[in-house]
Design a protein around this ligand. Structure first.
Ligand SMILES: NC(=O)c1ccc[n+]([C@@H]2O[C@H](COP(=O)([O-])OP(=O)(O)OC[C@H]3O[C@@H](n4cnc5c(N)ncnc54)[C@H](OP(=O)(O)O)[C@@H]3O)[C@@H](O)[C@H]2O)c1
Length: 286
């Protein structure tokens, strides 16, 4: 019987995950199929219960369910518990287990695609949603020197900073995490000391969005990362390039978080280079 994998989110039309996983499945000749499921908040209990009922082997979870899905699961791996968000679920012996591969996926892209790492670095993370949570915690565990979380909604950033500082204390990790509002005038000062800037907001998916901060804050000392992958070169990355900064798009994170989920479900390594080629072709179609 064909094994079913998929992704739940709302809206779901933007996702490249089906193309990515089905390319890997086809290349490896596995008896799996990966499908998108559009699930609204009010239908989450039914959708997650349905996974068990139908014997669906594994799913990814995306906007806006990564945090709320936890209450429907039977258990979590350490990383997902630490982060407080889930992007991957596996049905194991009739029980649903939650994982989070977002932070590790980003870190892998940082290392492989940008030859950079977080240790000792001063980092600014724009946004405080599910993806920011996973990335910030992973950067802290890698012993970044400092992390500034700059979010539109101040309280959400503050809550995340408190969460990470508490976890760092528990794990004896020395990384200073502080939240500020995106509109805070001190942001420019943090840019002067920062090594890595990471946009984890959805701003950039639409070119006409108001910039998150004045682009003249960027200089050639920065590595500017945007986890948005469509468009492949966001306005932020174009501005970083113009100002002599190094830059990293979100495709690597997409592929590496996906390859980690793929391994959890199927036990197989994703053929990363083949998947990357197919996704690049799709992303650069006019
Ligand atoms: N490359 C990858 O593999 C990958 C993986 C995961 C996610 N992503 C992308 O990352 C983005 C965020 O995902 P998520 O799961 O973290 O979403 P989320 O939990 O809904 O968080 C969204 C974040 O974006 C901020 N935001 C949204 N619109 C904004 C605006 N107009 N101005 C300023 N801030 C704004 C929100 O700020 P408030 O708190 O103020 O609302 C929040 O911090 C999406 O574009 C998603 O596609 C990419």
């Amino acid at each position: 019987m064909t094994n079913i994998l998929g992704i739940i989110g709302y809206p779901i039309g933007h996702t490249f995950s089906p193309l990515m996983h089905n390319t890997a499945i086809k290349h490896l000749g596995l008896d799996y199929i990966y499908l998108p499921f559009e699930v609204k908040k009010e239908n989450m209990a039914l959708a997650i219960g349905g996974l068990k009922g139908l014997g669906i082997n594994g799913i990814n979870v995306t906007i806006p369910h990564k945090e709320s899905v936890i209450s429907y699961l039977d258990n979590l791996d350490d990383n997902a518990r630490f982060i407080g968000a889930v992007n991957t679920i596996k049905l194991e012996d009739g029980r649903l287990k939650g994982y989070n591969t977002d932070g590790l996926g980003f870190l892998k892209s940082l290392k492989i695609d940008a030859q950079e790492n977080a240790k000792g670095k001063n980092i600014i993370i724009l946004g405080a949603g599910g993806a920011a949570r996973a990335i910030a915690i992973q950067m802290a565990l890698e012993e970044a020197n400092s992390i500034i979380i700059a979010n539109r909604t101040g309280e959400r950033g503050e809550e995340l900073a408190v969460h990470i500082n508490a976890k760092c204390k528990m794990q004896n990790v020395k990384c200073k995490v502080k939240a500020i509002s995106l509109r805070d005038n001190s942001l420019v000062e943090y840019f002067k000391k920062a090594d890595i800037i990471i946009n984890t907001t959805s701003v950039g998916m639409i070119d006409s969005n108001t910039p998150l901060f004045p682009y003249n804050y960027i200089s050639d000392r920065h590595l500017v990362c945007d986890i948005v992958y469509k468009p492949i070169e966001t306005k932020l990355l174009k501005e970083a390039s113009v100002r002599g900064a190094r830059f990293l798009n979100g495709l690597g994170m997409l592929i590496y978080q996906g390859s980690l989920s793929f391994k959890i479900w199927t036990g197989h390594e994703m053929p990363v280079e083949i998947v990357k080629k197919v996704l690049m072709e799709e992303l650069t179609k006019t």
